[in-house]
Design a binder for this molecule. Sequence first.
Ligand code: PLP
Length: 433
Amino acid sequence: MTHVFYRSPSRSYPMVSHASGVYLWDTEGKRYLDGSSGALVVNVGHGRTEVVQAMAQQAQRVAFAHTMRFTSQAQERLGALLAERLEPERYYTYLVSGGSEATETAIKLARQYHLERGDERRTKIMSRWASYHGNTLGALAASGHLARRRPYSPLFAHQTFVHFDVPVAQAHAGPCSCLDSVQARIQQEDPRSIAALIIEVVGGSALSGFVPHAGYLKGLEDICRQHGILLIVDEVMTGMGRTGSWWAHTTEGLRPDLMTLAKGLSSGYSPLGAVVAHETVWRTVAEGTGSFAHGFTYGGNPVSAAAANAVIEIMEQEHLVANAKAQGERLHQGLLALAAQSPLISQVRGRGLMQGVVLQSLPGEPGTVATRLGQDAFSHGLIVYPGSGSPDRLDGDHLLIGPPLSIRPHEVDELLEGFAASVQRVAQTLGMS
Ligand SMILES: Cc1ncc(COP(=O)(O)O)c(C=O)c1O
């Protein structure tokens, strides 16, 4: 008998007991290899005493002080650590409690930036289909995740949120035609009505591991600059070393006006998200009304900030960004070898320790193969992150593999072995082996 409202109330869940490194254990003593760091969250791995101690020390000193009245050393330090990692540009960090809050905050900050400049016309937010930016109503309206949008889309401010296509089908017609279609969409809406464009650098839950072709994202940035549209780069999943560099956008040569972070920022030790604003945005607000008309009670929480500071320290000491790149390559090669043997896998894609596996779907049953594979793996002690949806439709099956960045080579091999066994079992039951 429970009084908890589970994510799926019809299901029962194992009771988690404890965790260490890349493993979790339930109260029955069963061990799970966390091949997806939860939902690509636990970048430094489980059970890190240094993070727990930093949080405890902060909580002991002061656990809460409202940001309307105070700043804290932990928040100041985190702002400085993030700014250092974004040099030579100057960025300022606004702390919130998760990725969806970060998206909402970025949208509102973009709106205020334009208002500060006396431009009241800019009310629209552009984003890509098959994207995911969060589950609150604004963030979900900005997302292009059809399955997650479906029940709630009647609640959206439809005139505000404008979507454009994934650069997949158009890519075959040459690298520029997909950018042309974004330009056309902007012209259709009126470029002066658009406040911001939000984009993931590598596809997350809506398009596991999808990397657009070279130059595409830079092209999007150029279009934004041309029309005075702010570029919001969503690094909630890709940031904090996940793709083998501190930020995925630097690989593309981007200079975002706003960047959203969460997940790996605190590595799951405490709820935390952030909007990191380029100094042009910060200065416009600072020298305009002087106050961002926004705020959450738990924004800037010192205990969460202390967790993030300890996470960054670990990442530097243990060279986890470089490890993400090296182990990501090992994982990618292993998955490619598996794909070559299994008709169930149609594509392997991604960057660093954010690897997407695209699966053959059952006709008329989107997501079923990914879900089954996820369940089979879980029942055998391996956690992966199943997804569904394709660039232009609801159908399609894929999953993300994204273990902690602290994973060691023999653990990558164990993950690959467990995944290969699941793929074989599921393929067999579907008659696809
Ligand atoms: C790219 C991206 N943005 C935003 C979010 C929303 O973050 P949260 O679940 O912390 O609200 C997610 C969550 O999966 C995400 O992957």
